[in-house]
Design a protein around this ligand. Structure first.
Ligand code: SF4
Ligand code: SF4
Ligand code: FES
Length: 237
C-alpha cells in the first residue's frame, strides 16, 4: 500500500510537493517525513530529536492541525482522506520546509519571567514541597510542558496579536507563580499583566484541545488572571 503525501517546501514563499510513500503498520507522521528525507529527497529540512514524545522538537501542521509528529499515527489523521498534508507550525517564521524559527516562542518565555529563581542559596538544604501542597497540586500537570509549540500554533490570538505572550509562556509563568520556592512572584505577575499578557486570552481553548501532554494553558491563564486581580486589590500591583 502507498500513501500520497504533500509536504511544504520553501520558507514564507513556497509550495507543496507531492511524494509517494510506502504504508506500514503503526507508521507515524514522523516516520513518513523521515522516509521522504532519507529515501526520496535528502534536501528536505525537518526537526526531531527523541522520537518518543520527550523533546518537543517534531511538531508540524498535519492535515491542518498542529501535532507532535513522533506520537501521531498516520491512521489517526487519515480518517476518510487518502492523502496527508504536512506543513510547518503556524504563527512562527519558517526557516525552510518544515523547520520553524522558535526564537520568538522562547523569547516570550523569557518575557513572562519563565526562569526559576529560588529563595535559598546553594548552602541551604533543598526545600521540600509536599505532594499534598495545594499550590503543587495546581501546577504539577503544567510542569510537564515539553515546549513543542503546538498550543502556540493553535492560538488565534497569537495570530492576531504577534506580541501576545501565548499559552506556553503563560502556562510556564503560572507554574512559577504557584511554586512555593520561587522568589520573583510580583515581578512575574507584572510581566504577565500587560496588554500582551494573560488578559489578552479569549479563552478559545484551542491550546488546551491540542496540547499533546494534556496540559490546560487555558486554566493556567485563568489562574494568572485571578492572581493579578488579587494583587491589584491588595494594592501590590
Ligand atoms: S485559551 Fe487563550 S491561549 Fe489558549 S488558544 Fe485560546 S486565546 Fe490562545
Ligand atoms: S503547553 Fe502543551 S502544547 Fe504547549 S508547548 Fe507545552 S506541551 Fe506543547
Ligand atoms: S521527536 Fe521529541 S517529541 Fe517528537
Amino acid at each position: 500500500m502507498r500513501l500520497r503525501v504533500k509536504v511544504w517546501r520553501g520558507s514564507a514563499e513556497g509550495s507543496f510537493q507531492a511524494f509517494d510513500v510506502p504504508r506500514h503498520a503503526s507508521q507515524t507522521v514522523l516516520d513518513v517525513v523521515t522516509h521522504i528525507q532519507r529515501v526520496l529527497d535528502p534536501t528536505l529540512a525537518y526537526r526531531f530529536a527523541c522520537r518518543v514524545g520527550m523533546c518537543g522538537s517534531c511538531a508540524m501542521t498535519v492535515n491542518g492541525q498542529p501535532r507532535w509528529t513522533c506520537r501521531t499515527h498516520v491512521d489517526s489523521v487519515l480518517q476518510d482522506q487518502e492523502e496527508i498534508t504536512i506543513a510547518p507550525l503556524r504563527n512562527l517564521p519558517v526557516i525552510r520546509d518544515l523547520v520553524t524559527d522558535m526564537r520568538e516562542f522562547f523569547d516570550k518565555w523569557a518575557k513572562a519571567k519563565g526562569s526559576f529563581e529560588g529563595k535559598r542559596s546553594r548552602r541551604d538544604d533543598f526545600e521540600k514541597i509536599s505532594p499534598e501542597s495545594e499550590n503543587r497540586q495546581k501546577v504539577d500537570a503544567g510542569i510537564e510542558c515539553i515546549g513543542c509549540g503546538v498550543c502556540y500554533s493553535a492560538c488565534d490570538v497569537v495570530a492576531w496579536n504577534p506580541d501576545y505572550l501565548g499559552p506556553a509562556a503563560l502556562n510556564r509563568a503560572w507554574t512559577l507563580v504557584r511554586d512555593e520556592r520561587n522568589a520573583r512572584g510580583l515581578e512575574r505577575l507584572r510581566a504577565v499583566a500587560g496588554d500582551a499578557g494573560c488578559h489578552a486570552c479569549h479563552t478559545h481553548m484551542s491550546c488546551t484541545e491540542r496540547c499533546p501532554k494534556n496540559i490546560s494553558p487555558t486554566a493556567a491563564i485563568a489562574g494568572l488572571k485571578q492572581a493579578v486581580f488579587a494583587a491589584v486589590l491588595k494594592g501590590r500591583l
